[in-house]
Ligand binder design. Structure first.
Ligand code: NAD
Length: 434
C-alpha cells in the first residue's frame, strides 16, 4: 500500500446549487458565455463527492489521493464486503490528517455484496473501484450506468465475459463523457512517460524483443476464523482464489504486461504460449493460484515479449523490464536508453508520485469537462494477462481472438455467505481452454 500523503486543507461543504446551474446553463444559450465545458464542475468551486468501493490497502490509499487531488473533495460514502475493513480504512484515513474532508456518517457505510450499489446510489460524483478484480466489471458497469466518474484499479476483469463487459462499459463512459481513470499506475509516472516517449519515438529503433519480469515474495494469508463461512474465507484470501484475483499473473504481473503493451503502442499480441505451476504454495489459504508463470507473447510484426513472474519466498527477487531495438536498448526502470554501448538518454526530471498524479489528473479532468478515458488500454492489458493464464493453465498456445471470445466464466452461481466455488488447481494438458 502506498504511504498516505497528509494535507490539512479545510473544505467548506457547500454544493449542489452549482451543479443545478451548470446542467441548466450547459444546455442553454448561456453556455458559450462560461469558460466551463458541458458537464464540467467549477474549478475549485463545487464540492465533488467521492464514494469508495473496496476499503482495503489500495482503496484507502486511493481515497487519500482523491482527497488530496482537489481542494473541494469530500469522501461521503464507503462500501466493503466486511465492516471491519471499512472501519479500519476510515480510521486510517482520519489518522492521516484528512478528517476535514471526510463526511461518512453511519447511514453512508455500506457492507456486503451490494454495498457498491448503495455507494453509487448515495449521491456521489466520483467512485473509486478498489474491490478484488472479479467484481470490477459489475461495479464499473453500474457506476457508468449511473453517470459516475470512475477510478478503477487494475486488473479490470478476470475472464472473457468480464473483459467484454468492460470494453462495452468503457465505450459507454466515452459516450457519456465520463472520466474513467485506470489504476495501471506506471502510465501516470513522469519518468515512465518520458521513457516510453523515447521508445515510441524510435530512440532504440524498431522494437525486436521485450523482457518483463515480476519476481517477488509470496502473498499474505489469513487463517480461517471461527464463524467464517467458506465464502468469507475465500474473500478474505481473495488474492489466492483464481475466480477473485484472476491468478497473480493477472492481479500483479498486469503492471509489467501493461508496459509491454505501452511499448507496442497498445497493439495486442497475436498469440501467446505459457507455462506455469504451483510448487511452494501450501494450505487452504493458498487457494488455487499458481506461484510461477512464464509466457511468450508474439506480435504480428515478429516482436516477442518474454514475460515471467514468481511469488515464492527465499528466492532472488527481480522486477524489471528491458526493451531491445534495432538501434539500441532501454532499461525501463532505470529510465535510460543505450545506443552503441553508451547512454544516449536518461530521465533527469522529477518522477512525482504516480498514485497522486492519477487522481490529480482525474479531478482536473472532471473540473475542466475534458474527460480522460483509459478504458481501451486497461482492458487490453488485463486481457493480455488473462490470456497468459489461459495458456499456462491449458498448456496450449492461445490467440488474442480466442481469449477475447473465451466463454470461461468465473462468476459463482450466487454471492452468499455460505458455500463458495470449488477450488481446482489447473493442470496443463488436462485443463481445457474454454
Ligand atoms: N495499482 C497498484 O499499484 C495496486 C496496488 C495494490 C492493489 N491494487 C489493486 O487494488 C485492488 C484491491 O487490492 P488491495 O491490495 O487493496 O486488497 P485488499 O484486500 O487490501 O482490499 C480489498 C478490499 O475489498 C473488499 N471487498 C471484497 N469483496 C468486495 C465486494 N464485493 N464489494 C466491496 N468490497 C469488497 C475486501 O473486504 C477488502 O477490504 C486489487 O484489484 C489490486 O490488484 C493495485
Amino acid at each position: 500500500m502506498p504511504d498516505l500523503p497528509v494535507r490539512s486543507t479545510v473544505n467548506p461543504p457547500s454544493r449542489r446549487d452549482f451543479l443545478k446551474t451548470t446542467s441548466v446553463v450547459a444546455g442553454g444559450a448561456l453556455a458559450g458565455q462560461l469558460a466551463i465545458a458541458p458537464g464540467a464542475f467549477a474549478a475549485g468551486g463545487d464540492v465533488l463527492k467521492v464514494g469508495l468501493v473496496g476499503c482495503g490497502g489500495r482503496g484507502t490509499g486511493a481515497a487519500a489521493q482523491a482527497l488530496n487531488a482537489d481542494p473541494n473533495v469530500q469522501l461521503t460514502a464507503m462500501g466493503d464486503a466486511f465492516s471491519d475493513r471499512l472501519e479500519g480504512s476510515l480510521a486510517s484515513l482520519k489518522e492521516s490528517g484528512l478528517t476535514a474532508k471526510i463526511a461518512v456518517d453511519s447511514d453512508h457505510k455500506f457492507v456486503g455484496f451490494d454495498a457498491y450499489k448503495q455507494v453509487i446510489d448515495s449521491g456521489v460524483d466520483v467512485v473509486l473501484l478498489t474491490a478484488p478484480p472479479h467484481f470490477r466489471p459489475a461495479h464499473l458497469a453500474y457506476a457508468v450506468e449511473k453517470g459516475k466518474h470512475v477510478f478503477a484499479e487494475k486488473p479490470v476483469a478476470v475472464d472473457g465475459p468480464g473483459i467484454r463487459s468492460v470494453f462495452a462499459t468503457s465505450a459507454l463512459a466515452k459516450e457519456k463523457k465520463l472520466c474513467l481513470v485506470s489504476g495501471l499506475c506506471w502510465r501516470y509516472d513522469h519518468g515512465m512517460r518520458a521513457t516510453f516517449d523515447q521508445i515510441r519515438s524510435g530512440a532504440i529503433g524498431d522494437i525486436e524483443v521485450i523482457q518483463a519480469t515480476y519476481n517477488t515474495s509470496t502473498l499474505k494469508k489469513f487463517s480461517r476464523q471461527p464463524g467464517w463461512s467458506d465464502m468469507e474465507f475465500q474473500l478474505r484470501n481473495w488474492q489466492h482464489m483464481v475466480w477473485l484475483s484472476g491468478d497473480f499473473n493477472t492481479e500483479q504481473h498486469v503492471h509489467s504486461l501493461d508496459k509491454v503493451a505501452w511499448a507496442m503502442g497498445d497493439e495486442p499480441p497475436v498469440q501467446c504460449t505459457g507455462s506455469g505451476g504451483r510448487i511452494a504454495r501450501t494450505g487452504p489459504e493458498s487457494g488455487n493460484v499458481y506461484d510461477h508463470f512464464s509466457v511468450v507473447y508474439e506480435y504480428a510484426n515478429g516482436v516477442k515479449a518474454f514475460a515471467s513472474c514468481r511469488q515464492i519466498d527465499g528466492c532472488s527477487n527481480d522486477v524489471s523490464d528491458h526493451v531491445w531495438g534495432s538501434k539500441g536498448t532501454c532499461d525501463v526502470f532505470a529510465h535510460s536508453v543505450n545506443v552503441g554501448g553508451k547512454t544516449a538518454w536518461k530521465f533527469k526530471g522529477k518522477k512525482g508520485d504516480m498514485y497522486q498524479t492519477e487522481h490529480n489528473e482525474l479531478f482536473a479532468a472532471i473540473r475542466s469537462g475534458t474527460p480522460i478515458n483509459n478504458g481501451d488500454y486497461m482492458t487490453k492489458s488485463s486481457l493480455m494477462a488473462i490470456m497468459g493464464r489461459m495458456s499456462a493453465y491449458s498448456g496450449k498456445t492461445i490467440t488474442w481472438e480466442q481469449a477475447i471470445n473465451s466463454k470461461e466464466n468465473l462468476t459463482p452461481t450466487s454471492y452468499e455467505w455460505g458455500k463458495a466455488p470449488e477450488l481446482l488447481v489447473a493442470i496443463p494438458g488436462v485443463t481445457q481452454f474454454v
